[in-house]
Design a protein around this ligand. Structure first.
Ligand SMILES: Cc1ncc(COP(=O)(O)O)c(C=O)c1O
Length: 352
């Protein structure tokens, strides 16, 4: 309300700076730059890093389409790598075989809040002279070996879409340490304008800005960040307690070094043990008014990417398996314990 009453409703105003400073602090980064959504955050990261036509970028296939779309926006080609069974994130052991002369970088995605194995990924990147982007759209305040998501790559990206832990409807941010990259990214976000000279545009930029009103909404949530995360952790642990022991229902693994963000509580359904498929279970829950989400369809199977993927001979069995057996359950801060109990009850009763 303060932002609205101040009349600073576009991308100037005190909340933009406040949000950027607070969010950078929480992410253990030197700077944060607010942008209008998480897809734009990825696009801006790739532009700032100089990704361009002819480049190849290694990405997991089990992710939201924005990760690969952003690579295409700069004229580069996403090359798909399988995910690890133990993290559901890009498999560092499989990166090297996908590196070619054209490979310029890696985008690691912290899937459903679980951090990717960033030390291993950064090591391979350093050996081959590649940059790394950390797509932390789904992993607000996750930690990897004690370090926060947002501090683990050349540039990290976030989404504040309505289903995210912190949200302003549509919004995003990048976080980074390098002051040169920061200057370039800030210019690219603001139409390419010279920070020292109004209406002088030395480069072609974009309007990727986030509004003061959106930043005020985010600042308000950051004031309550501990309560928000704590409630979501309770939701996760209640789901775990209630669903443990149901044959065929599996949980998202958590690596010993990971402190995942409690974003979406996700399960896998093994039809041979559970007696019905993931899609059948989703339908049964929908009949009870319970909305769920299937896992992302593997990107290497989608029309914009499948021909190139086939040409490269990509085989991604873990991705294919998870993509067809995984689903996410309702996970939002105001979900009540008794609602979780009744969702778990339907899952228990639906086993055949
Ligand atoms: C892994 C991942 N990357 C990028 C995005 C894109 O963010 P946005 O929807 O804010 O553009 C999302 C989702 O929303 C996501 O889940």
């Amino acid at each position: 309300m303060d932002a609205i009453r101040s009349t600073w409703i576009s991308s100037k105003g005190i909340y933009v700076k406040r949000f950027e400073e607070e969010f950078a602090g929480l992410c253990g980064a030197r700077a944060a730059i607010g942008v209008c959504n998480g897809t734009v955050a990825l696009h801006l990261a790739l532009l700032a890093l100089g990704a361009r036509t002819g480049d190849e970028v290694l990405v997991p296939s089990l992710t939201y389409v924005a990760t690969a779309n952003a690579v295409r926006y700069v004229g580069a080609e996403p090359v798909f790598v399988d995910v690890e069974r133990d993290t559901w994130c890009i498999d560092p052991a499989q990166l090297e075989e996908s590196i070619t002369r054209r490979t310029k970088g890696i985008i690691a995605v912290h899937l459903y809040g679980h951090p990717a194995d960033m030390d291993a990924i950064n090591h391979i990147a350093a050996v081959h002279g590649l940059w790394v982007v950390e797509d932390a759209a789904e992993a607000h305040l996750a930690r990897y070996k004690g370090r926060p998501a947002g501090s683990l790559a050349s540039i990290s990206t976030f989404s504040f879409y309505g289903n995210k832990i912190f949200t302003c409807g549509e919004g995003g941010a990048i976080t980074l340490d390098d002051p040169h990259l920061e200057l370039r990214a800030r210019m690219l976000r603001g139409q390419g304008m010279d920070p020292e000279r109004q209406y002088y545009f030395p480069i072609t930029g974009y309007n990727f800005r986030l509004t003061n009103v959106a930043c005020a909404m985010l600042c308000a949530q950051l004031e309550r960040s501990e309560q928000i995360i704590e409630r979501r952790r309770q939701i996760f642990s209640l789901y775990r307690d209630m669903l443990t022991g149901i044959p065929g229902i599996g949980f998202q693994p958590s690596a010993v070094w990971a402190e995942p963000a409690p974003w979406l509580f996700s399960i896998t359904v093994d039809e041979s043990e559970y007696g019905c498929s993931r899609d059948e279970l989703m339908n049964l829950l929908a009949e009870q008014g319970i909305e769920t989400r299937p896992f992302f369809i593997a990107l290497h199977r989608l029309p914009p990417f499948r021909e190139e993927s086939r040409r490269r001979g990509e085989r991604l069995p873990v991705t294919d398996h998870l993509s067809t057996t995984g689903m996410s359950l309702p996970t939002y801060t105001r979900l009540k314990d008794r609602e979780i109990e009744s969702i778990a009850q339907v899952i228990r009763d639906s086993r055949k």
